[in-house]
Design a protein around this ligand. Sequence first.
Ligand SMILES: Cc1cc2nc3c(=O)[nH]c(=O)nc-3n(C[C@H](O)[C@H](O)[C@H](O)COP(=O)(O)O)c2cc1C
Length: 226
Amino acid sequence: MVSILVVYESGEGQTAKVSEYVENVLTARGHDVTVRRVADAADVDVTLYDAVLVGSPVHYRTHLPEVVEFIEANLEALSARPNGFFQLSLASTIPLKVAQRGDDAYVDSLVTKTGWQPDHVGRFAGAVTYSQYNPVERMVFKLLAAVTTGDTDTSRDYEYTDWDDVDAFATAFADDVEARLERDTATRRHAGTRRFTWAATGVVLLLGVMAFAYWAAARQFVPAEC
Ligand SMILES: Cc1cc2nc3c(=O)[nH]c(=O)nc-3n(C[C@H](O)[C@H](O)[C@H](O)COP(=O)(O)O)c2cc1C
């Protein structure tokens, strides 16, 4: 069992849903999973976990600032253990090369900004939650939808997240973490065996030297008549 921390922030709730889904996949694999919003993660000590995932939506072509701050504040601890990053965006829903390049660019700019190169990256389609937007956002997203998805009915919300993608990401992460942990345990076991062999050899040699010294001393004190 591995202890895994999932830290995320969410504007309208879709990244929270994805984090919960990831938690369920990892928990079903038998791991001990802690999920925290960045806003509630001030007391979180990343070094206490075996592995870490960080998630953020893209808002205005960048990730949420509090997520970026969390990454910057925990850069060393993140990089020192198996880690991954997942993002939600609308660019991910648009099957055009230019949109996919834009989606990649969000991750690239995070890597450049923070210096963190995640082991695993998940790029997931998000949601359009008209019910939660202010009138300006609603109008902007309706216009955007008119030229992309066609989902312009503002009386309802649209979810584009492909849960199979999320499942595949969480499963690949769990596979990697488990394999790395197994390798570390094998290496530690091997080092322990080597230490034991050296110690046992030392004891045998010491006993040999002591036996020889005893034999040599005993010879010196043999009574003359013998
Ligand atoms: C104010 C706002 C700005 C957004 N800006 C972008 C953007 O620049 N690029 C993009 O691909 N998606 C953008 N999105 C779409 C979100 O990434 C998507 O809706 C995601 O599901 C939001 O996740 P959340 O509910 O966890 O905040 C934006 C959404 C909002 C509400």
